[in-house]
Design a protein around this ligand. Sequence first.
Ligand code: MN
Length: 232
Amino acid sequence: MTAFVLPVPPTPSVAVSGSTERFAVRRIFCVGRNYAAHAREFGNDERDPPFFFTKPADAVVDSGVTIPYPPLTANLHHEIELVAAIGRPGFRIPRERALDHVWGYGVGIDLTRRDLQDEAKKAARPWDWSKAFDRSAPCGPLVPAQKSGHPQKGRIWLAVDGKVRQDADLAELIWPIADIVSICSEAMGLEAGDLIFTGTPAGVGAVKPGETMTGGVGGIGTIEVTFGQPQL
Ligand code: MN
């Protein structure tokens, strides 16, 4: 047995719908843009191939919690996303086989410090500080694909304090789940425990301390997260 000089960090995990067992998270991949209308609101050609960025595994946060408003931002944005949870390893997975590697699905929010992202884009710097901060990846309970099937359509929405901001359909995904899994696996071997945030539809916007985000994906589940005051 390996001995460690400090306690081994806890394994990040997300809840599983209808179960006391949890899904251990290995890595978090996110698709940069994957809905035509959201790509257009940022002035991009929707036919561009997808690109990815990452968040640390321990950025996951359960639904139902209050989290401190993050530091270094005055423009924190919500991005509601369908999350695919990988259950089987695979490298260069063919598109026709890709869904066999998905264990289940959940509803996530890709929190984004938009002001830092705008600065990073201008300076051609990495996105990490805008995307990969503490508690930046709230994710609701996963539903096994055996129960939900592999969604190809369904409402995806997010409201802030009850006001609907994002409201679209999974059918509008530029690159469906199978393509995303297959393309991601060309860059590196996917493993059980990897989460893929599949991109957000139009309507992203700012949230403030004290506000509550609620969201969902039809046939998959819901998520609710409240912002407390900034960390002191
Ligand atoms: Mn996103």
